[in-house]
Design a protein around this ligand. Structure first.
Ligand code: SF4
Length: 330
């Protein structure tokens, strides 16, 4: 039986603007187990990055948790991190329990600050001996395939792939339980993508991190490493399943469209024809009523325009939000 590490319950994370709200994550519930990799996929603007900020509790205005909870297990007990002040979350959770590699992380390093300075800042903010942490940083640099001497260098002296590995080395220096990686490979070439994935899985194998949430729009990448997958559409989770069943037979019409629009090496998947999903995702200030996918869905029914389909478990460990299943049609 897998232990739950993080729970998100009925969370609504909106960008509250002066006259309207962008409902980027709208009533989502899920859990992340210890020792697993969960991929989060969906088109641009579906709420993936907001979801990563929600899990990390990086709620900077105008992003606001309107409803719901985020709970993280610490010392065997769940703590509601969403009710804690940001400074407390930062001090007690960031770096040691949860860490995040944000989008374009390799560009987040200031070109004029030596890599070792980041380690010194981290040691000061966690009240750890700087020399001890610098020693640990040398080991971690080695583990991600970087010469520890690079710690004395400036980020602009490293290639893009090396900078990305330096970012993950720094982000995991305090052995956090959960790593959230938001599109970490999208700016890398194919060779560096492979190296980065290898490093990531190596860190997990060594128990430097226990669980990983990997956010991407690239199914070909995530299928190589994920145990389970969340498919998001217009701020909602529309399917959550183990990777194997999802790859062979996605159930939600949007997930089917998404999977049928990429090339994969599996023969059973290759048999399906490549297709595109017609239309564009909705504006999240005023999304369509009922099922948010209904204007683009090839199976739309009357009920889909009126009611919102709940995310329901239709097979063990497999949840789908679609009336084709909950109404007993298949
Ligand atoms: Fe399509 Fe209806 Fe299912 Fe939505 S609920 S995905 S519109 S069939």
């Amino acid at each position: 039986m897998k232990e739950v590490l993080l729970k998100v319950e009925n969370a609504k994370a909106y960008y509250k603007l002066e006259k309207a709200s962008v409902r980027a994550v709208d009533d989502v519930s899920f859990e992340i187990f210890e020792d697993e990799v969960v991929g989060v996929v969906g088109e641009s603007g579906c709420g993936k990055t907001t979801l990563s900020n929600l899990i990390f509790m990086n709620m900077l205005k105008p992003l606001t948790l309107v409803e719901g909870k985020v709970l993280f297990k610490i010392n065997g007990k769940f703590e509601q991190i969403s009710s804690l002040p940001r400074e407390e979350v930062k001090k007690r959770f960031w770096g040691t329990q949860i860490t995040m590699v944000p989008q374009s992380a390799m560009n987040a390093l200031m070109p004029t600050i030596r890599m070792s300075k980041y380690i010194e800042h981290l040691a000061q903010s966690h009240e750890i001996d700087v020399r001890d942490l610098l020693e640990k940083a040398k080991e971690r640099f080695n583990e991600v395939g970087l010469d520890p001497l690079w710690l004395r260098r400036y980020p602009f002296e490293l290639s893009g792939g090396m900078r990305q590995r330096a970012v993950i080395a720094i982000a995991t220096i305090l052995n956090p339980k959960l790593l959230i990686a938001d599109e970490p490979t999208s700016a890398l070439d194919v060779v560096n993508q492979k190296v980065f994935l290898k490093v990531l899985m190596q860190l997990k194998k060594m128990s430097v991190v226990r669980s990983i949430v990997f956010i991407t729009h690239d199914i070909a990448t995530i299928r190589q490493i994920a145990d389970r997958m969340i498919v998001m559409y217009a701020g909602k989770i529309v399917e959550f399943s183990d990777m194997e069943r999802m790859l062979v037979r996605p159930l939600h019409p949007y997930a089917q469209g998404l999977f049928n629009s990429v090339l994969t090496p599996e023969p059973e998947i290759r048999k399906r024809e490549i297709s595109v999903i017609p239309g564009t995702p909705p504006n999240l200030i005023n999304p369509p009523g009922g099922c948010r996918f209904h204007p683009r869905c090839p199976h739309v029914m009357e009920i889909c325009k009126e009611k919102e389909p709940p995310l329901e478990e239709i097979e063990e460990g497999r949840k789908v939000a679609c009336f084709l299943y909950s109404e007993g049609k298949l």
